[in-house]
Design a protein around this ligand. Structure first.
Ligand code: SF4
Length: 193
């Protein structure tokens, strides 16, 4: 009787094991889980509302697609239909989701009052209200209606506005409206500095 001997190298063993496991997985999908759907997790954006926006981080202005469900942000990704980035985002842009969701997000400000050497923690609501109050006080105290020669100017020379490259068209429009309404004449942009 003839006997056959089979040499099994480590490589062949692993190849065979891999093939066997793949076959097992496939049969599991086909026979036990009613097709591929059994292994496909639903996308986190499934059923969510898509809202397009612009990345706030730099002047490239990549398009974002923000997905919300039940009043919560569930995902942010590059907008595939945007002509600049066509769905891609740099590493900074990919982190934009965490600007909203991160537990380390800053929710307070530090404030040092004039003449004090200690910083105090204040809420964002307090900061916004205080800045608005001081803006109005400064504007009213410095408002000039006419130059010494009698020319009507209606402006303040005590305030200035500086824009940033991350501002989008709509933000620039609103800031411009606000500053002009306040009588601010010194308008600058970071790109000129
Ligand atoms: S994704 Fe990156 S390159 Fe694009 S705007 Fe944001 S920070 Fe700039």
């Amino acid at each position: 009787m003839r006997r056959y001997r089979m040499d099994i190298s480590r490589r062949n063993f692993l190849k065979g094991l891999g093939g066997g496991l793949t076959a097992l997985s496939l049969s599991d999908v086909i026979f036990s889980r009613q097709g591929w759907a059994g292994f496909v997790h639903p996308a986190k954006t499934e059923g969510a509302t898509k809202t397009t926006s612009i990345c706030p981080f730099c002047g490239v202005g990549c398009g974002l697609a923000a997905y919300t469900a039940n009043g919560k942000l569930v995902s942010v990704e590059g907008d595939h239909e945007h002509p600049i980035n066509q769905g891609t985002l740099c590493s900074k842009g990919q982190a934009v989701f965490e600007v909203v969701t991160s537990p380390r997000r800053l929710k307070k400000v530090f404030y040092r009052a004039p003449g004090r050497d200690a910083w105090e923690e204040k809420s964002l609501d307090w900061a916004i209200k205080t800045v608005a109050q001081r803006l109005k006080e400064t504007r009213d105290a410095s408002f000039i209606t006419k130059t010494p020669a009698g020319v009507a100017v209606n402006r303040t020379e005590a305030l200035a506005s500086i824009g940033g490259a991350a501002l989008n068209n709509e933000e620039c429009y609103l800031i411009h409206k606000l500053t002009r309404a306040l009588g601010i004449v010194y308008l600058e942009h970071q790109a000129r500095l």
